[in-house]
Design a protein around this ligand. Structure first.
Ligand code: CAA
Length: 281
């Protein structure tokens, strides 16, 4: 299939990678060539890791890289798409703009999926004239490793669109799970309150960063502690998701920890900015 992926960041690059390895042709689209080059370099690095584990060969790596073309022009990159997956920044206005544009560019038969982690699929679909073909296809980070794809049906998403995305996810070796369209869906509705609570626990001085993470890693068999995971996801993304849930449900329960707000305001965004709860410099 021809797959167009919008956004060459951490998630977009990971999504492009798994489709390219799966033998699909991928058009990777971003606003600057610099972002596209960074995305391609991240894909190659990740594939080299997989070659080292002898899960794919060096020839398969090169074949996957050849399956990816890059575009700074969305028109050129999406005009032949059989499926589009948007993985731009978690910003509602940006996503609405992209979907309105995509609707006029991509073939009318193409489903338009979004990798949003919390924004309403129904709202994004309403920016298009094909709401039956708009769906959430939420991959987890790191995309090449994590098995889950959370498949979110908007109010008008059709059975045919859902089936296509479920089948395609399975073909990529993932496990798709179908859920409905409410703020945070299932994954982040459950994950984010835990990460937020870890931040409150730190802010209130109940424990230090290492102590909180060690309790959750060794006590609950989590692969990463909650503060390490928040850094990994990006603190700005965590804050954006908590705000979507707070607004969507109107419950105090989702109030972002003031420490999180302060850190994001100060530009401490976790791993990607070099500093969050941990120092990555
Ligand atoms: N590309 C390819 N392979 C990778 C990789 C990448 N980017 N990152 C890790 N791997 C591979 C490693 O090569 C290794 O392979 P083997 O099992 O064959 O040895 C395996 O993954 C494990 O990696 P490591 O040994 O380096 O390190 P680890 O055991 O600490 O695992 C981890 C790393 C997979 C990231 C693990 O720490 C983990 O599962 N963390 C939690 C991740 C998580 O919760 N993700 C969801 C975040 S929420 C989200 O994404 C949604 C949202 O909307 C916010």
């Amino acid at each position: 299939m021809n797959i167009s992926v919008i956004g060459a960041g951490q998630m977009g690059a990971g999504i492009a990678q798994v489709f390219a390895v799966g033998g699909h042709t991928v058009s990777l689209i971003d606003i600057s060539q610099e972002s596209l080059d960074r995305g391609l370099a991240a894909i190659r690095k990740s594939l080299e890791r997989i070659v080292k584990k002898e899960k794919i060969t060096a020839e398969q790596l090169e074949a996957a890289m050849k399956n990816i073309q890059t575009y700074t022009d969305m028109g050129a990159g999406a005009q032949d798409a059989e499926l589009v997956i948007e993985a731009a920044t978690e910003n509602v206005d940006l996503k609405l703009k992209i979907f309105a544009q995509l609707d006029s560019i991509a073939p009318a038969s193409a489903p338009l999926a979004t990798n949003t982690s919390s924004i309403s699929i129904t709202r994004i679909a309403a920016a298009t004239k094909r709401p039956d073909k708009v769906i959430g296809m939420h991959f987890m980070n790191p995309v090449p490793v994590m098995k889950l794809v959370e498949v979110i049906r908007g109010y008008a998403t059709s059975d045919a669109t859902t089936q296509l995305v479920m089948d395609l996810s399975r073909e990529l070796g993932k496990v798709p799970v179908e859920v409905n369209d409410y703020p945070g869906f299932v994954a982040n509705r459950i994950l984010m309150p835990m990460l937020n609570e870890a931040m409150y626990t730190l802010w209130e001085g109940v424990g230090g960063v290492a102590e909180i993470d060690t309790v959750m890693k060794l006590g609950m068999a989590h692969p990463m502690g909650p503060l390490q995971l928040a850094d990994y996801i990006g603190l700005d993304t965590c804050l954006a998701i908590l705000n979507v849930m707070k607004e969507g449900f109107g419950r105090q329960h989702y109030q972002p920890c003031p420490l999180l707000v302060n850190m994001v305001t100060a530009g401490k965004l976790g791993r990607k900015s070099g500093e969050g709860f941990y120092d990555y410099s």
